[in-house]
Design a binder for this molecule. Structure first.
Ligand code: KMH
Ligand code: ZN
Length: 298
């Protein structure tokens, strides 16, 4: 890997929207658990701290640089935002891997705003920050402007780097409004994740991806993830468009038609192989830290 790979958009090209940094390498984020699948129905889902740490190590070995974390309770493996459990999880992941630890502030659709804000007190490197309300299957994933603004302001106070989750095109406009209102994030760099194929959000196809990327703020980097059957098409579209990748059992529990995922690492391995074929192999966590403006381990 070359030392210029973490550069911001090259001089003379700044008129193009959202030129990707890390042009010669691919940031792979794994989202191993999510809040939607049940352990009983999906036995390979990592829900205990031991399972999460094991998954994290396997995914790091397979090419992941970032882990997007949702946790479950000890009783019945239901989603929880328990602060003590989140803090222990951050610590355990740091002790056992060099992955960038990104906590979900989205939680489950049933979570309130106060516990979602309090997630930041667990002291992660990074957090997700969804830029708008969206229908989420039969549910509503609520992210009203005052909450988005407060969450973003708190990331800046605490020195946590947000990843802007864009589930629908209107979320891109809200991201721009947020940056206009409160300025650049901690670390100075804007990184987004296009979450495509949520029932209620933007669809997961190449045309939609190109449209969304064109609307991003100049200089932003971006990854993309396709939900369910959009997973593989979105990987190909993102690699072709110069973006980065998020994969994991939060987003898909089928590896192929009729073939359940056996573990997160096989999703990361496939993403890393495709990134390699695209001549942009998986990025190390150190290099991802530099690209995202995330400092060294606390
Ligand atoms: N579980 C979804 C309702 C995030 O992690 O920030 C929200 C979500 C987004 O997964
Ligand atoms: Zn999530």
């Amino acid at each position: 890997m070359t030392s210029d790979s973490t550069a911001r958009p090259a001089a003379g090209r700044s008129s193009s929207p959202a030129l990707p940094a890390g042009r010669d390498a691919t940031l792979i984020t794994v989202a191993p658990t999510g809040a939607e699948s049940d352990k009983a129905a999906v036995p390979a889902l990592p829900v205990t701290l031991d399972e999460l740490v094991t998954t994290a190590k396997e995914c790091r070995a397979a090419g992941a640089a970032v882990i997007h974390v949702h946790i479950r309770d000890a009783e019945d493996a239901r989603p929880t935002l328990d602060l003590g459990r989140l803090t222990d999880t951050v610590r355990a992941l740091r002790e056992s891997t060099d992955l960038i630890v990104q906590l979900s502030t989205g939680g489950a659709v049933t979570d309130g705003f106060a516990p979602r804000l309090a997630v930041l007190d667990a002291g992660p490197d990074a957090c997700s920050l969804t830029c708008g309300t969206v229908n989420f299957g039969d549910e509503v994933f609520a992210n009203p402007w005052p909450f988005i603004r407060e969450l973003y302001a708190r990331t800046k106070e605490l020195g946590i780097v947000p990843e802007f989750e864009l589930v629908d095109m209107g979320h891109v406009a809200t991201l721009r409004r947020l940056l206009d209102d409160l300025g650049a994030p901690h670390g100075g760099h804007v990184h987004c994740d296009l979450v495509m194929g949520v029932p209620g959000g933007m669809p997961g196809n190449a045309a939609q991806l190109v449209q969304a990327v064109a609307a991003l703020p100049p200089g932003a980097t971006w990854s993309a993830t396709g939900i369910g059957r959009a997973s593989v098409p979105v990987i190909f579209a993102a690699l072709a468009a110069g973006g980065h990748l998020r994969v994991g059992m939060e987003d898909t529990i089928s590896f192929a038609r009729g073939r359940p995922v056996t573990g997160n690492a096989e999703l990361v391995k496939r993403a890393a192989e495709l990134a390699g074929l695209a001549q942009r192999p998986a990025m190390t966590p150190d290099r991802a830290r530099a690209m995202l403006g995330i400092g060294d381990r606390r």
